[in-house]
Structures are given as C-alpha cells and as structure tokens.
Design a protein around this ligand. Structure first.
Ligand code: AMP
Length: 249
C-alpha cells in the first residue's frame, strides 16, 4: 500500500508573526519557514507504517513556491521514499490544494492519504475534509491513534469531552492531531541520503487543475494589545473591582 502525505511549508511555529504595514498580509520576508508541525506528525505516521511492513512506499507532496522543495527534503530525510512538488507562485487555498491532491491520488493510487489537521498559517482545517469529499473516500480527522489491518483503518479521534473510534474502509483520508506520535529528528546520514531521493516537479497545468484563489483577503490585523493588569491591596478590593468595574460577579 502506498501512502501519500501532504506537507506544507509554513512560517516556523517559533516565529512571532508580524502583519505588513499596509495590512494586506503577514510579513514573510526574512522569516524562518519550516514544515507545518502537523505534517511532521503525518510523515512520522507514514514512515512508521512502512517500518511496520504495512506501507510499501511513502510519497510526500507539497504545493508552493520553489522553496517548498526544502520542506520535501525534510520529509525525505525523515523517511519518505520520494516526493512530488507542484510548483506555483499562486496563493494556495484549501480547495485548490485538495483538487490537486485528488489528481495526484488518481495517478498514484495510494491506499491512504495523511494530512495535518490544519496548517498553522491559515488555520483553515479544511484540506483533508475537502479532499475526502472530492475523492468520495472515508475520512478520519484529528487522529490520535491509527491502526491498519485487513483493509480497514481504525482511527481514534479527539472529540468534545472524549474520544471516538471509527473504522474506515481503505482507501481513506486521515488528518493528524498532536497526540498521534512524536516525530523523529532527521539524522545527518539520513539528511545526506535524502539529497539523492527523487523529487518530481510538476505544474498545475500538468495536473489540469485551476489553483486560482476563490477567496480574497480584505484585511489582516494584529490582535488587540493586552491591557496592563492592576494590583489590588486586599480581597475586599478585588471583590469590589470584580463586582463594580469588571461586572463579572
Ligand atoms: P489547512 O486545511 O490549510 O489547515 O491544511 C491542512 C493540511 O493540508 C496541512 O496540514 C497539509 O497536510 C495540507 N496542505 C495544506 N496546504 C498544503 C500545501 N500547499 N502543500 C501541501 N499540503 C498542504
């Protein structure tokens, strides 16, 4: 069984994101980029399936500018066998990514597609769901445990107030939650080996999909600055403040 994993290049989670002066977008110049953390978990899960003899090949896919190749090299260094890069300068929205992944899935015929539950830049949490709908495949989102056996993926997923276990008939789409696994660091020998693994570059035209954005960003703003706190001398003053000023009790 082939496993396809979607990996996105995003602003590194340690970076304090700043909004451009004209409010059109966030600043990306001179900012560190990395693989979306949920996608690292997706690659880890796929590589574990290969190590367990369940997956035969792990294929990492990324859509984006030339630099997305670095993200694919990271996926290869973590253990993916080969990669596909859909090269485009367009602003990519979940529906466009899902459409492209659908065409790649039709060509590669994977038994499983693993995505992150959300990209930490757009926080959309939509691509996996849209992809499953377009393919008409079963979906297990926010997976915290995945067991594959006899053509079925048993997915434990986090829901309000507990967890739910679903049995998905393969092929299926799974999106990863934080608790699924702890991704490995790529070792130096594996980083070197990854340089020789193949990355196939293609254009949206090669796939025959229109990736043009359907949504327009009107404005991006920083969150309101937090107000400074106040010190109160005693409990009576605190209760008075909460009752008469904050009006929360
Ligand atoms: P989103 O729906 O944008 O929150 O993204 C959810 C997941 O879709 C990500 O964690 C990735 O696995 C995948 N994804 C989104 N955008 C891309 C992209 N440009 N290239 C590859 N995978 C992507």
């Amino acid at each position: 069984m082939k496993v396809l994993v979607a990996v996105k290049r995003v602003i590194d989670y340690n970076v304090k994101v700043r909004v451009k002066a004209d409010g059109s977008a966030v600043e990306t110049a001179n900012v560190k980029f990395s693989m979306n953390p949920f996608d690292e978990i997706a690659i880890e899960e796929a590589v574990r399936l290969k190590e367990a003899g369940i997956a035969t090949e792990v294929i990492a896919v990324s859509l984006g500018i030339t630099a997305a190749q670095e993200t694919l090299r990271t996926a290869l260094a973590m253990g993916a066998d080969r990669a596909i890069h859909v090269v485009t300068d367009l602003e990519l929205q979940p529906l466009a990514v899902a459409k492209a992944l659908k065409v790649i899935a039709a060509r590669e015929q994977p038994g499983l597609i693993i995505l992150g539950k959300q990209a930490i830049d757009d926080d959309a949490n939509q691509t996996g769901q849209m992809l499953a709908a377009l393919l008409n495949w079963a979906q297990g989102t926010f997976a915290s445990k995945v067991v594959i056996a006899d053509g079925t993926a048993t997915v434990t997923r986090e829901v309000d107030g507990g967890s739910e276990t679903l049995a998905l008939t393969l092929p299926a789409v799974i999106t990863t939650d934080l608790r699924l696994n702890e991704p490995r660091y790529a070792s130096l020998p594996n980083i070197m080996k990854a340089k020789k693994k193949p990355i196939t570059a293609m254009t949206p035209e090669d796939l025959g999909v229109d990736l043009a954005p359907r949504l327009r960003t009107i404005k991006v703003t920083e969150p309101d600055k937090r107000q400074a706190g106040v010190k109160v001398p005693d409990v009576a003053a605190l209760v008075d403040l909460l009752t008469n000023q904050a009006r929360v009790i």
